[in-house]
Ligand binder design. Structure first.
Ligand code: ADP
Ligand code: PHD
Length: 557
C-alpha cells in the first residue's frame, strides 16, 4: 500500500487492464498490466475475483489510503455502458494558466466516481484581448503583428502549452488563422458582429484543445469538441445568440454516440454556437459558457451541472463592491435567473432556463477553494423563513419618463410605447406605470458597443416623442433585492430606513411579477454606498439572524 501511495502522490485514479504495459509514469492516472500492478504494488490486496480483469486503483496520499475497483465499476472508461453523469464548467479564471489547468485536471480526477462532460471558457482575459485586437485592427493598425493584444494571446497560449509539456502544433493553425483574420479585418477596416464572434471563438477553441491534449498526455482519455460542430444551433443574433430547441437532441446524440463507441472525457468549447441560417459561428453573450453547460446538462439529462468559478458560490452581493459578501447556500432557479438578469456577473442571464426546464440542480463552486460548499440552485427551497438572499447592482442604466400627450387611454398608450421598443429591438428592465405616464429602464447589457447605445437612445426618443413628452435620465443604477417578496413589507421598511439615514431618494420602485425581486432606481453615484449600507442592514444586523435562518449548505459536493 505504501508503495502505491508513494508512487502516486496525489489522489488520482490509475487504470489497469489485462493487456496494457506499464505506462511512463505513476504520478498521474495510468494504464498498467495486471502483472505490473502486482509487481509494483505488492502490498495492495487485490480481490481474488478481480484477477485477470480491468482494475482501477485510487491512491490518496493524504489519507494514506488505496481503493481498488474492479472492471464493472469502470465500464464507462473501459468501453461499456456507464453514463455521463454531470457537467463541470470551468470559467476563464479557472483555466487562466498552465498551473491552473493542472489544478483543474486534478480537481476533475478527484471525483473518480463521476463521468463528467467538461465545458471550458477561454483562458483568463483572452476574450477581452481578442475584442480589443479586433477593434484595433479595424481602426488604425495596418499589420496585425503590431497589435499588442495579439502578441499577448499568442504568448499566453504558447507559455501554457510549453509548461504543460505539449507540442505547440496543437494550436499553430489557430494562431495563424487568428492573425490572418485580424489582417483581413484591418484590410476591410470593419469589425462586424459576425466577424467579432468568429474572432473571439479562437479563445475557447484553443483552451479546450490545450486542456484535452494535457489530459491525454497524463493518461486520461479526453476528446475535444467545438460546440458549433456538434449541434449547438442558435439564432443568427451575433454577439448574443439564443440556443434553439434542436440543439438538445443533436448534442446528446453526438456526445453519447461517441462516448458509447469510444469512451473519452468530452471537452467542449463554452460560449459558442452555429447560426441556423448563416451557419456562421455565433456567441451566446458574455459569460455564455454557463449556458453551454446547462444546455448540455438538459440535453443529456445529467444528474448535476457544476459551474466552477473563482468565488465561493453566489454571494450576498458583488464582492468587488463589498468584500464582506457571504456565500448564499441555496437558491431557486427563479432567484438565480433574476439575480443574473439584473446584473450579477457570476451567472449568465439565460443559463438557468435549460436547468429549470430539465429540473437539473446547478452547483456554483470555487475552483480555488474546492472544499467550500458553494451554492446549490434547485427548483424549490423552503422559503417560509427566507427574507433577503442577495443584493444586485446594475450600473449605468438609462431611465425614461414618458408622459402621454394624447388621450390614448392607458391601454392604447402602453401598447404604443411597447411596440416602439419592439420595433427598435430594445429590451426593457424595470417598469412602473400610471394612467397616462410610464417610467422604465432600458437594458444595455445586450450591446457590446457604447456608440450603438447612444444611437439607439436617440431613435427611441425620436419615436416616442410622436405620442408623449419624454425625459431621458442617464447614469442611474438598479438595485435589485432578490428574496422573498411575500415579506416585502419587512424588506421595504428596512430599505427606506437605510436610504433615509443615508440621504438617498428612490426614483422608481418595482416589485417583479416573479415574486423574488424588488427593484429600486437610484443615482449611479449613490448606488455603491446604498448596496454596502443595505448589506450591513440585512446581513450583518439583528435582521441577519432572520435572513440566515435557512441555515448553511452542508459541506458536500
Ligand atoms: N453576487 C455575486 N456573487 C458572486 N460573484 C459575483 C457576484 N456579483 C459579481 N460577481 C463577480 O463574478 C465573478 C465570477 O463570475 P465570472 O467572472 O463570470 O466567472 P467565470 O469566468 O469563472 O465563469 C466573481 O469573481 C465576482 O467578482
Ligand atoms: N470567454 C467568454 C465566455 C465565458 O463564459 O467566459 P467566463 O466563463 O470566463 O465568464 C467571455 O469572456 O465572455
Amino acid at each position: 500500500m505504501a508503495t502505491a501511495t508513494h508512487l502516486c502522490g496525489i489522489k488520482t485514479p490509475i487504470y489497469f487492464s489485462k493487456s496494457n504495459r506499464l505506462s511512463q509514469s505513476l504520478c498521474s492516472p495510468a494504464r498498467l498490466s495486471f502483472e505490473s500492478l502486482t509487481e509494483l504494488c505488492g502490498a495492495i490486496r487485490i480481490p481474488a475475483q478481480s484477477r485477470g480483469r480491468g482494475l482501477k486503483v485510487v491512491c490518496d496520499a493524504r489519507k494514506n489510503d488505496v481503493m481498488v475497483q474492479t472492471e464493472s465499476k469502470i465500464q464507462g472508461l473501459e468501453g461499456s455502458t456507464n453514463k455521463l453523469s454531470c457537467v463541470m464548467k470551468f470559467g476563464g479564471s479557472s483555466v487562466a494558466s498552465a498551473d491552473r489547468m493542472k489544478e483543474v485536471a486534478e480537481l476533475i480526477l478527484s471525483f473518480p466516481e463521476e463521468n463528467p462532460v467538461i465545458v471550458l471558457s477561454a483562458m483568463g482575459k483572452t476574450t477581452n484581448k481578442l475584442i480589443l485586437a479586433g477593434e484595433k485592427a479595424a481602426s488604425c493598425v495596418s499589420d496585425a503583428s503590431e497589435i499588442d493584444e495579439l502578441s499577448f494571446v499568442k504568448e499566453l497560449h504558447h507559455r501554457a502549452v510549453d509548461e504543460l509539456g505539449l507540442d505547440r502544433s496543437i494550436i499553430t493553425d489557430h494562431l495563424e488563422n487568428l492573425e490572418r483574420l485580424l489582417n483581413g479585418i484591418s484590410a476591410l477596416k470593419e469589425l462586424t458582429p459576425r466577424s467579432r464572434d468568429y474572432l473571439v471563438s479562437f479563445g475557447e477553441c484553443m483552451s479546450t484543445r490545450i486542456f484535452a491534449a494535457y489530459l491525454n498526455e497524463i493518461g486520461v482519455k479526453a476528446r475535444q469538441y467545438d460546440a458549433f460542430d456538434i449541434g449547438f444551433i442558435t439564432t443568427d443574433d451575433f454577439n448574443n445568440a439564443d440556443i434553439l430547441e434542436e440543439t438538445y437532441s443533436a448534442v446528446a446524440n453526438r456526445l453519447y454516440g461517441d462516448w458509447i463507441s469510444d469512451p473519452a472525457i468530452p471537452i467542449v468549447t463554452g460560449f459558442l454556437g452555429k447560426g441556423l441560417r448563416t451557419c456562421a459561428v455565433t456567441t451566446l453573450g458574455r459569460g455564455g459558457s454557463d449556458l453551454t453547460a446547462t444546455t448540455i446538462g438538459k440535453g443529456l439529462g445529467l444528474r448535476e451541472i457544476q459551474v466552477w468559478k473563482d468565488v465561493d458560490g453566489v454571494l450576498t452581493c458583488d464582492p468587488n463592491i463589498y468584500t464582506g459578501a457571504e456565500p448564499v447556500p441555496y437558491l431557486t432557479f427563479d432567484e438565480a435567473a433574476e439575480l443574473a438578469y439584473f446584473g450579477a456577473q457570476v451567472l449568465h442571464p439565460q443559463s438557468m432556463r435549460p436547468a429549470r426546464e430539465g429540473d437539473i440542480p446547478v452547483r456554483v463552486k470555487n475552483s480555488y477553494n474546492r472544499n467550500a460548499p458553494g451554492t446549490l440552485i434547485t427548483k424549490s427551497r423552503d422559503m417560509s423563513k427566507a427574507i433577503l438572499t442577495s443584493i444586485v447592482l446594475k450600473r449605468n442604466v438609462t431611465m425614461l419618463d414618458i408622459v402621454s400627450t394624447r388621450m390614448l387611454g392607458q391601454f392604447g398608450f402602453l401598447a404604443k410605447v411597447f411596440s416602439t421598443f419592439e420595433d427598435l429591438g430594445i429590451s426593457v428592465d424595470v417598469v412602473a406605470t400610471s394612467e397616462v405616464s410610464i417610467s422604465l429602464t432600458l437594458d444595455p447589457s445586450k450591446l457590446w458597443s457604447r456608440e450603438l447605445i447612444q444611437q439607439e437612445l436617440d431613435n427611441v426618443v425620436e419615436e416616442l416623442e410622436k405620442i408623449a413628452k419624454v425625459k431621458l435620465l442617464q447614469h442611474r443604477s438598479i438595485i435589485s433585492l432578490i428574496g422573498n417578496v411575500q415579506r416585502s413589507s419587512l424588506i421595504l421598511e428596512k430599505v427606506f430606513q437605510v436610504f433615509r439615514k443615508n440621504g438617498v431618494n428612490v426614483q422608481m420602485i418595482s416589485q417583479g411579477a416573479s415574486k423574488v425581486n424588488i427593484s429600486l432606481i437610484v443615482n449611479d453615484n449613490e448606488s455603491e454606498k446604498c448596496v454596502r449600507a443595505l448589506h450591513e442592514a440585512f446581513f450583518e444586523s439583528d435582521l441577519a439572524d432572520l435572513v440566515y435562518e435557512n441555515g448553511r449548505l452542508p459541506n458536500k459536493c
